[in-house]
Design a protein around this ligand. Structure first.
Ligand code: SF4
Length: 270
């Protein structure tokens, strides 16, 4: 029987599915275990499909298909289709060096919702050195273009360390350009540009200063308690998307999904 505290735990929102340890890259910080699971020891298709079914029953909303390189699984389309069948939002976390256009389209047809592309550096020299794979950067850029071309949402993610720390502004620019968000972003405020991080209001006050808006003229979108507190401390009305089930999470407006029609109508009117 669950203890009283366990009984009140909200269901997990996301699940990370490490489909394989195999990967064409060799990043030195890789979190794969030293003793890698061999291909023949990986969970088979049917087992993952059962896991996705059980995850959906538990209340999981998102599945992050990761590795290693998940595209090395020949059954990736079937796994994506299984996520879609169970109403799970699927995110493919990939190095982006071994997915052809035809396979990307097949994954989209199977119901893939989102692609997260890892980038090791903002230039070929840094990226390919860290990934230990010549030509990887050019393949990633080509893959990113194809992802947006097939109308899949794209996120870039980078592990930051001393070998690419100096490239953070270039990585941000790369992400804005490759995801199509360049024209939608007028200003960026980073934590090190203010004295206090969230829940202090500093980030929102700095954003208002850069954008030339008073607090009451802005609208914040937050998914965490400290984010909501920071916006409200600055006097900025805040939309919570979605609730993270945290005590005290009390935004001015609350939506369960970015797809909510009212929220979509707001966005369209901006
Ligand atoms: S791309 Fe990811 S899985 Fe592959 S070596 Fe780099 S960190 Fe490890």
């Amino acid at each position: 029987m669950n203890s009283p505290s366990e009984a009140h735990q909200p269901p997990p929102i996301g699940m990370l599915a490490e489909l394989t340890h195999r990967c064409p890259l060799q990043c030195p910080y890789c979190s794969n275990p030293v003793e890698l699971t061999r291909k023949r020891e990986e969970l088979d298709t049917e087992t993952w499909q059962r896991v996705f079914h059980e995850a959906a029953e538990l209340g999981v909303l998102q599945v992050h298909l990761s590795g290693g390189e998940p595209a090395l699984r020949q059954d990736l389309e079937a796994l994506v289709a299984s996520c879609a069948e169970h109403g799970l939002y699927s995110n493919l976390i990939t190095a982006g060096v071994n997915i052809s256009r035809a396979r990307l389209e097949a994954l989209a047809d199977a119901g893939l919702d989102h692609v997260q592309l890892s980038v090791q550096g903002a230039t070929a020299e840094v990226n390919d050195h860290i990934a230990n794979l010549p030509g990887a950067f050019d393949k990633k850029l080509a893959f990113a273009a194809e992802v947006t071309d097939v109308s899949l949402p794209l996120t870039l993610n980078s592990v930051i360390h001393r070998a690419n720390l100096h490239q953070i502004p270039d990585l941000v620019e790369l992400a804005l350009g490759r995801t199509g968000l360049r024209d939608a972003v007028r200003a960026i405020v980073a934590r090190d540009e203010v004295e206090h991080g969230k829940p202090a209001p500093d980030l929102y006050l700095k954003a208002g200063e850069l954008l030339g808006f008073a607090a009451g003229e802005m609208l914040a979108f937050e998914d965490s308690l400290v984010g909501v507190q920071a916006a409200q401390a600055a006097g900025v009305p805040v939309v919570g998307v979605p609730t993270m089930g945290q005590d005290g999470f009390a935004p001015d407006f609350l939506f369960g999904s970015l797809a909510d029609p009212v929220l979509q109508a707001w966005a369209a009117a901006l």
